[in-house]
Design a protein around this ligand. Structure first.
Ligand code: AMP
Ligand code: DBH
Length: 560
């Protein structure tokens, strides 16, 4: 059966007047991923593009490997426009695969290494993926059994390609052979969808985010200017390469666009990463707040020379002022805060901003044409300095998700603004400070977890009568997740319940950090509570109980 006839088209369009405006302003220049990489392969042929593990690829080699991958994917019978889930870690082949897919006119769907069958089967169903590319193993996890499970669940998924020495019954990337005759003669339409990025999923499962060549390339080309990325930049990717931040803000894509070197770290431990920084003379890197704090602390005692570091970017979750101070003191380089989202809008503090701005804000938008509204519950703009919901539209912010009518209805206003779900304060100068979230989601060290999704899983357990999942402030993670559970019958044991969650095939970061059993969820006088109010109340009660316990343990310390 050919399912291609029924593929839901990939779309990301802006109204004609906006298209005209973004082109006239020089944001959208008609560039494409295969187009720019082909140019760099000529321009910077001998320069080092990627360093990862034992691999060290020049621009010419990266492009040659991408074209080989492209020919191999097409030889399997994949058709231009087919979607291909990519789940690779921080290995050089991530980039040859992704650029190979672009070169072949295929559409990568970016999964993170932590995703398991629950997430992957959702991506496969929503994207109608025809193929899956996975690492043989990463950090001790074998992806081949996962591939089997995925194929069993996803009828459209016809091909599996494994990166590694033993592909078992699957295709092996390293057996792909060059075949220029197979490759498309033309590069894709710059306004077509290049790939599907995934949202952190604030309600329910992750949504698929279609980004075009034109809009995405603008976002990292403009980022390069604001972040000072140049051909002599050596940028360390320690966060998962497929995540939007290390991909594009300015990330690996920005660095490759500029002709710089992308240095991959497979580990986030400071010991390993610091050795890499010293060896490769890393100049720039991006981290989430908990890692930035950990690295800053470790830097004070490290034997490795970190003096090549120029800028450390921190984003993905809120960096508090005190944490920002510590990062600067520990890593002894400039700090740049980054507040972005896979849906589009990215804010940066500027490299020449004064100290107070860098320490206290999450920056301002990349583009003069990023339109930002900060509104109240009624959708009315609030004055600068007052908190409100952040809405945005602009030359690299999507107007719709893929294949998700209800999310589209919820997440976009009639005039095309994306409802970010973030609560921010805007200063007179246009800088944003993030205050929190409108929706119930947990931002666990930059990994976004939907309370609703986790509650749904818990409710599938026979000994769970009801569950409410909330975020709890955490000194290390920023936020951790706590599940309040009303047992049904005999109370399950927390470790067993957590193990059961993992066995369901849910990414480990979504398994609650803490479980609290309660006998009932008190309802208000009306007898009815929204999940949102319930979660807020449970969170407040737990925090109060923790404060009281702390006060009892240290009776001399003044009450907060
Ligand atoms: P996603 O839509 O999954 O790409 O996640 C983006 C979300 O991450 C934003 O809407 C914010 O809630 C959060 N976020 C990203 N960067 C920051 C930051 N620097 N400070 C606070 N929150 C952030
Ligand atoms: O958290 C994010 O999604 C994020 C953070 C910083 C992002 O997508 C980005 C920069 O581009």
């Amino acid at each position: 059966m050919s399912t291609t006839d029924t593929l839901i088209p990939l779309q990301q369009t802006w109204p004609a007047a906006f298209v005209q405006r973004y082109r006239d302003a020089g944001y959208w220049r008609g560039e494409t991923f295969p187009g720019f990489m082909r140019e760099r392969a000529t321009q910077f042929a001998e320069r080092t593009a990627i360093v990862g593990g034992d691999e060290r690829w020049s621009y010419a080699e990266l492009w040659q490997r991408a074209e080989t991958a492209a020919a191999g994917f097409l030889a399997l019978g994949l058709q231009p426009g087919d979607r291909v889930i990519v789940q690779l870690g921080n290995i050089a082949s991530f980039y040859s695969v992704v650029f190979g897919l672009f070169r072949a006119g295929l559409v990568p769907v970016y999964a993170l290494p932590a995703h398991r069958i629950v997430e992957l089967s959702h991506f496969a169903a929503k994207s109608q993926a025809a193929a899956y590319v996975a690492a043989q193993d990463l950090d001790g996890f074998d992806y081949r059994p996962l591939a089997r499970e995925l194929q069993a669940q996803a009828p459209d998924l016809r091909h599996v390609v494994i990166v590694g020495d033993d592909a078992a019954e699957f295709h092996a990337l390293n057996r792909f052979t060059p075949d220029a005759a197979r490759l498309p003669a033309q590069d894709p339409d710059p306004q077509s969808v290049a790939f599907l990025q995934i949202s952190g999923g604030s309600t329910g499962l992750s949504k698929l985010i279609p980004r075009t060549h034109d809009d995405y390339i603008y976002s990292f080309r403009a980022s390069n200017e604001l972040c000072g990325i140049r051909a002599d930049t050596r940028y360390l990717i320690a966060l998962p390469a497929a995540h939007n931040f290390p991909m594009s803000s300015p990330g690996a894509m920005g660095v490759l666009y500029a002709g710089g070197t992308v240095v991959l770290s497979r580990s986030t431990s400071p010991d390993t990463a610091f050795a890499t920084i010293a060896r490769e003379g890393v100049t720039d890197l991006g981290l989430v707040p908990p890692l930035a704090l950990l690295w800053a602390q470790a830097a004070e005692k490290t034997p490795h020379d970190l003096s090549s570091l120029r800028v450390v970017q921190v984003g993905g979750a809120k960096l508090t002022t005190e944490a920002a101070r510590r990062v600067v003191a520990g890593l002894k380089c400039r700090l740049q805060q980054v507040f972005g989202m896979a849906e589009g809008l990215v804010n940066y503090t500027r490299l020449d901003d004064d100290e107070a701005t860098v320490l206290n804000t999450q920056g301002r938008p990349i583009s003069p044409d990023d339109e930002v509204l900060v509104v109240d519950d009624q959708g009315q703009p609030v004055p600068d300095g007052q908190p409100g919901y952040l809405l945005t539209r602009g030359p690299y912010t999507i107007r719709r998700y893929h294949n998700d009518d209800s999310a589209n209805a919820r997440s976009f206003t009639d005039d095309g603004y994306y409802r970010t779900g973030d609560i921010v304060v805007r200063s007179a100068g246009g800088y944003l400070t993030v205050q929190g979230r409108a929706n119930d989601h947990i931002n666990r060290a930059g990994e976004k977890i939907s309370a609703e999704e986790v509650e749904d899983h818990l409710l599938a357990h026979p000994q769970v009568f009801d569950a409410a999942v909330v975020s709890i402030p955490d000194t290390f993670l920023g936020e951790r997740s706590c599940a309040f559970i009303i047992p049904r019958g005999e109370k399950p044991r927390s470790p067993a319940l957590k193990a059961w969650m993992r066995e369901r095939g849910l990414a480990a970061f979504k398994v609650p950090d803490q479980i609290v059993f309660v006998t009932a969820f008190d309802t208000t006088a009306v007898g009815k509570t929204s999940r949102k109010e319930l979660r807020a109340r449970l969170r407040a009660e737990l925090l109060q109980a923790e404060q009281e316990a702390a006060a009892a343990a240290h009776p001399a310390s003044p009450a907060a």
